[in-house]
Design a protein around this ligand. Structure first.
Ligand code: IPE
Ligand code: IPE
Ligand code: MG
Length: 242
């Protein structure tokens, strides 16, 4: 019998997969563990899935790690997540010379602690020349905030006389977003069974296919990724045509 990985049609591999990594809290609750341990297990899953996607040959992986709404959580949970983030960034920095993966951060970085912003700058420069998968981590990211900041960039160009309002194109709007330098996702996966977008990429998902996987994020394995890609490949994408 063919393995799930062998079922994937490599000629139609999605170039950009976006993942809403949801369910860390419920995973911890089921085990009577503090939520922070759920987030820790989620960070381990991220490393495993990133490696699997890189090995497959996926070019771009965008992962939703912390939303603009997640600041509403308890101070304890937020600092737990930020500490795990520091840890994750430090681990990459320590083994940067052996890494194949390129990392950058999308989202509004100025609200993050100063030391995290420094680590982000370092990681982005250390990974700039890496040949492998582009991992885009969405931190303090909101789709509406992304569009709002994009609007302001375009408005500033109008204000300084560089362009006129009627010159604005869809392409210009795409380029003004945090994801402006890479293509839109063909496939969006959300784990944990919730079927909503929660302010993730909004403009960018106009023609994405969605897979809602019931697994909680810390339980999500490379086999689940292969299965979700196969499921996506068995769909017909029409783009409004017949
Ligand atoms: C996703 O897991 C991680 C973040 C939002 C930071 P959750 O923490 O939302 O887990 P659930 O939804 O409570 O299970
Ligand atoms: C979305 O999950 C954000 C991330 C996975 C980082 P949430 O758990 O925050 O979303 P809601 O509250 O279920 O919409
Ligand atoms: Mg959640």
């Amino acid at each position: 019998m063919k393995s799930l990985k062998e079922e994937i049609d490599m000629t139609r591999l999605p170039g950009h997969i976006a993942i809403i990594m949801d369910g860390n809290g419920r995973w911890a609750k089921k085990r009577l563990l503090p939520r922070k341990l759920g987030h820790k297990a989620g960070a381990d899953t991220l490393e495993e899935i990133t490696k699997a996607a890189d090995a497959l040959g996926v070019k771009h992986l965008t992962v939703y790690a912390f939303s603009t709404e997640n600041w509403k959580r308890s101070q304890e949970e937020i600092s737990g997540i930020m500490d795990l983030l520091r840890n994750y960034l430090d681990r990459y920095i320590a083994k940067a010379d052996k890494e194949n993966i390129k990392i950058d951060i999308i989202g509004e970085k100025s609200r993050l602690d100063e030391d995290i912003q420094e680590k982000i700058k370092l990681i982005e420069s250390l990974s700039a020349e890496k040949p492998g998968l582009n991992l885009h981590i969405a931190l303090n990211y909101g789709g509406r905030d992304d569009i709002l900041r994009g609007f302001k960039k375009i408005a500033a160009r109008i204000e300084n006389g560089e362009i006129k309002a009627e010159d604005i194109t869809e392409e210009m709007i795409s380029e003004s977003l945090d994801t402006g330098f890479y293509p839109d996702p063909e496939l969006v996966i959300r784990t944990s069974g919730e079927e909503r977008i929660s302010n993730f990429l909004l403009w960018q998902i106009a023609y994405s296919e969605f897979v809602f996987n019931k697994k909680l994020w810390p339980d999500y394995k490379p086999e689940d990724l292969y299965e979700d890609i196969c499921y996506y490949q068995n769909r017909e994408r029409r783009f409004g045509g017949r």
